[in-house]
Each structure stands twice: as C-alpha cells, then as structure tokens.
Design a protein around this ligand. Structure first.
Ligand code: B12
Ligand code: SF4
Length: 500
C-alpha cells in the first residue's frame, strides 16, 4: 500500500531547532517492514504544498502526528488531504492520546479525521494498515464511507483506537497492550527524511552539520508521574531495549549514516544502573565513544553515582540534563518528583567531578508558587551552576495533575491549543496570589540573574555555536532579557474577550 506519514507544520515562537520526528520514523519503519511504499511529509521542512503532494502520490492511508500545539494544524492538514483525495486519515501522538479529557473524541469528531490511535503507535498502525488493505482487496473503488460503515464492523476489535463510524457515532475501543519487546522494533527510517533540512537538536558539538546529528531512544516510558509532565503516550511501565540492540543501532547511526553527534531522547534513561554500565562498556569496546553524545531530556538524579557517570563519560557522554524543576523544598514535594535537593546537588557535583557538562531544566510558576519560591528556584540554579539553565514557564498540559488543579482552583489564560507552548514568554495561568505579571517578571529575572554573571557569559562566548548562530542568539537574548512593562498580552486578550 502507499502510505503517508505527516508532521504538521508548527513553528514555535522562537526559531527553535528542527529534527526528524522519531515517532514517525518508527511508524515508517514498521510500515516499510510490512511492505508498504512509505513517504514522510514533514510540513516543517517541505516546500511543496501538501495537497499537491497528496494528489501526486495518492496514498491508501494517511497518518498524522499531533502534540497539543500541533493538533489544530493536524486537523487543517486532514481537511486539505480530504479535499483532493478520499483516503482514511489516522491521527496519533501525545494530544489525542489524552482519553481522560476526551481528546481522542475531540479529534475523531473533526469531519476529516477518521481514526485516532491512542498511545504507543506501532502495532495499532500496522493493524490499521492490515485492515485497510484487506478491505481494499474486495472493493472495486475505495470509499472511506464504506470503510467506516458500522455494519461492516471492521474496527470493532481494533485495540487502542477511537474512531468515527460513517453514521457519525464515536467509539473508543479498549487500550492496546504496550510493546513488551522493544528489540522487536526496526530502527527508525531516517532514510525517508530529508536529513539535509534539519538542524541538530542539541548543538553539543560545535560546527556540526544538522544532517549528521541523530537521536536514539533506548527505553520507553517513565515509572514516575510528576504532576506537570504530560505522559499520555507512554505508560508508567518503563521498558528498555537490550544493550546489544542499542549498540547495533548506535553503530548503524555512526558507521552507516555518519552520525557526528547523538542525542539520547529517553524520558528516564538511567532507571537501571547496570544497563548504563553495560551500554557504556559496549560503546567503549566498539570504539563508538569517539562520537559525542548527550542525554537530552534528563536522567534521574537519584540514580546517579560516580562510577556510572565516569564510565558514561568514557563512553562518549559529553553532557547530561536533569529535571531539577524547583529550588523550593515544599514545591518539590508537591510536584511529586520523588527526589530531594541534596540528591540533586550530589548528582551535579558528581557530573562536575567527572567532567560532564550539565543542563538544569527549571520551571517557573508551578502551582502554589510565590515570589520567594520562584527566587529559590533561581538561587538553586545559580548554586548548581550548570552549563545551561533552561527556565520554562509552567504550561498545564491536558491530562496532567497540574491541569486538573488549575481547572479547579486557578484561571487558565489560554483557550487555544496552539498557545500550549512554553518557549513563549507569557504566563499560561494564574492561581491564588500567583499572577501572570509576577510569573513573567520572575521568568525574565531568572534568565538575567543566571546568565548575566561573568562565568556563564565567558562560557557562552567561548562556544563556536554562539558565534556561528549570532543573530539567532542575539534575538533570543534580547527577547528574554528586555523587561516588558505591560500586562501579559494573553490576559489582555482574555479580558477583552470577556468584555465583548
Ligand atoms: C524530542 C522531543 C521534542 C523535540 C523534537 C520533537 C520531534 N520532532 O519529535 C523538540 C525539542 C523540538 C520538542 C519540542 C516540543 N515538545 Co517535545 N518532546 C520530545 C520528547 C522528549 C521525545 C519525542 C519522541 O521522540 N518520542 C518517542 C517517539 C517514539 O514517540 P512519539 O513521537 O510520541 O510517537 C509515538 C506515539 O505518540 C504514536 N504516534 C505519534 N504520532 C502518531 C501518528 C499516527 C498516525 C499514529 C498511528 C501514532 C502516532 O506512535 C509513536 C510510536 O510509538 C517527548 C517526550 C516523549 N517521551 O515522547 C517530548 C514531548 C512530545 N514534547 C512535548 C512538548 C510539550 C513540546 C513542546 C510543545 C514544548 C514547547 N517548547 O512548548 C514543543 C513543540 C514543538 C513542535 N513543533 O511541535 C510534550 C507533549 C505534550 C503534549 N500534550 O503535547 C512531550 C510528551 C514531553 C512531556 N512529557 O511533556 N520536543
Ligand atoms: S518529568 Fe521526568 S521523571 Fe517526571 S514523569 Fe516526566 S519524564 Fe518522568
């Protein structure tokens, strides 16, 4: 069958980095293994209009991915497709996976979306393709109307999907079990992406060409459930690939695809320490440690020890991120991070001792925050002194505990999914004493106090990335550091709407 997988166009308000979509790369790989002719349409980097592409390729099935800020664009893409070609449109990804908020139905209800896949998608996607193919075999001409006819019962027992039958009925089938054996998955199909169009996700290695920077995921899921984290796609059960399987893909990335830098995207890669030792030993033994790599999204600080970090450093690890989130002990307890500040201090100290660069992810404006607690966060970041401190303003994603709390006790300042991004410098909600002005003020203060110190300035000036991307870096610096006197624009907009 001819299959198209789409990443909807969604540009963040800053010119952030673009990288091939790993979820689509996995779906494309399982589709290819099924024998399909697969095309990836990453609207972020494609010049050709989508409708023109669809008319030329005439797919038998289309899959679109969507996180929260992308979902409306995904619906628009679905409409563009159906306007030129009758084809089943399947949506998946973090946003429509939040069944607790009926966000699967929200998408299925859209006139141009037929099926929604909830959660991890590979086996559901293959099951859908199999069913479409079987249906196509005994049809003279295809019609989505007939495919979705409830009388045919094609979708009755397809696990992990929600869908709209042709009579307009919405259905939510039972969940699909997670993939137990991650080694059974093929490697992501990077050959289907226009690799020359991407920048690298994390420029740990200066001067690297984006097409030489690759991602890898060695485990899926996270056994924790921090109150702010959107975990709709991956179940609480953490599963890891075998070290040999990871090594084989790593080798492929370096030796076949010429990777000069690798970003490990796991949510919590270091859950099992022995696995880290094993993987590091293999990377060293196979001389893959010549290629620098980073833990992009944070490892758990409570599982860090000197031996494992030293071994990982020898295995090529250059930089690691940690989700520190807050400098206030009470807030840390409230977000259920299941960690304390001394443990975090120890992890940063170990990383420095073994010579690893660090990133601290911090959040400004968690529920219950005051000026003082936000200042604690800034002070803690300065105390830890990572290479990069990334402050983001709390954005309550649907399906999280914070979202529920804000709905109950706070005031959401956004009512459009496209605003659910946290690189914008606007507060997304207010609660109690915590006003938007205060959060925005402390957010800018965090960047000023952390970065406008001699050590970070010197460190930044020494990186080639800073000089190579000077205009972009200056733009970000100006937007971040220059204080804005006026009230938050979002609040103004909401207030204006309420008055009208
Ligand atoms: C790497 C990453 C990024 C990278 C690259 C994104 C990319 N191109 O893939 C960057 C840094 C750019 C990024 C940006 C953002 N990200 Co991000 N990101 C991630 C991260 C850490 C890994 C993504 C990944 O590769 N996952 C592994 C693959 C296998 O999973 P997947 O992509 O979800 O795909 C699977 C399923 O979802 C499903 N599926 C997905 N699409 C489809 C489509 C079909 C048809 C089907 C059948 C199935 C299906 O099947 C796939 C295979 O199992 C995730 C956390 C996570 N664990 O996933 C957060 C995550 C996806 N990001 C998140 C957020 C919030 C953002 C931002 C909005 C943050 C911001 N700055 O405001 C932006 C949005 C950018 C944009 N343009 O859309 C949230 C999404 C929450 C939500 N409700 O939408 C996550 C879940 C983090 C979290 N726990 O809160 N992100
Ligand atoms: S923030 Fe990190 S540790 Fe917490 S649930 Fe999300 S991925 Fe897991």
């Amino acid at each position: 069958m001819r299959v198209v997988l789409i990443n909807p166009r969604f540009r963040l308000p800053i010119d952030t980095r673009t990288s091939p979509h790993l979820g689509l790369a996995y779906l494309a790989a399982v589709s290819e293994r099924r024998g399909d002719e697969v095309r990836i349409f990453d609207a972020d980097v494609e010049e050709q209009p989508l409708s023109e592409f669809i008319q030329a390729f005439r797919p038998h099935v289309v899959g679109i991915t969507a996180n929260t800020p992308q979902v409306k664009q995904a619906w628009r893409h679905a409409a563009q497709i159906k306007a030129v070609h009758d084809v089943p449109v399947v949506l998946g990804g973090p946003h429509p996976s939040v069944a607790a908020e009926d966000l699967d139905f929200e998408s299925a209800r859209q006139p141009d979306v037929d099926i929604v896949v909830r959660g991890e998608g590979e086996s559901a996607w293959i099951d859908i393709c199999d069913r479409v193919e079987t249906f196509l075999r005994d049809q003279e001409s295809f019609s989505t109307q007939a495919l979705m006819d409830p009388a045919r019962g094609i979708w009755d027992d397809c696990l992990g999907i929600s869908y709209k039958s042709s009579d307009g009925g919405l259905h939510r089938n039972l969940d699909r079990p997670v993939i137990n054996d991650l080694d059974s998955l093929p490697w992501p199909a990077y050959h289907l992406f226009r690799m020359d169009k991407y920048t690298n996700l994390q420029p740990a290695t200066d001067k690297i060409d984006g097409s030489k920077s690759f991602s890898i995921m060695t485990s899926r899921g996270c056994p924790y459930r921090c109150t702010f984290c959107s975990q709709s796609i991956m179940p609480i059960r953490w599963r890891a690939r075998s070290s040999e399987n990871v090594l084989a893909e790593w080798k492929h990335l370096v030796e076949d695809l010429g990777a000069q830098e690798i970003g490990v995207l796991d949510d919590s890669a270091n859950i099992r320490k022995e696995r880290m030792h094993e993987l590091a030993d293999l990377l060293i033994a196979h001389k893959l440690n010549r290629v620098p790599w980073i833990f992009v999204n944070g490892i758990r600080a409570n599982i860090v020890d000197h031996d494992v970090m030293l071994k990982l450093k020898r295995a090529g690890l250059r930089r690691t991120a940690f989700g520190v989130e807050t400098g206030n002990p009470e807030i840390l307890k409230k977000i259920d991070k299941k960690i304390d500040h001394d443990t975090i201090r120890r992890a940063f100290k170990i990383c420095k001792e073994v010579g690893l660069e660090t990133i601290a992810f911090m959040i400004i404006g968690l529920p219950g925050e005051t000026r003082e607690t936000m200042q604690d966060t800034i002070n803690f970041a300065i105390e830890l002194d990572p290479l990069i401190a990334n402050f983001s303003m709390m954005t309550p994603y649907p399906g999280t505990a914070v979202y529920e709390q804000v709905k109950r006790q706070g005031r959401m300042l956004i009512n459009d999914w496209e605003d659910y991004v946290f690189f914008e410098q606007r507060a997304r909600y207010e609660m109690g004493e915590m006003t938007a002005e205060l959060v925005e003020e402390m957010y800018r203060k965090a960047y000023r106090q952390f970065y406008l110190r001699p050590a970070p300035i010197l460190r930044r000036l020494k990186t080639k990335d800073f000089w190579m991307n000077l205009p972009r870096n200056m733009r970000i610096a100006l937007r971040t550091f220059l204080p804005k006197a006026e009230k938050t624009a979002l609040r103004k907009k909401i207030e204006a709407e309420a008055l009208s």
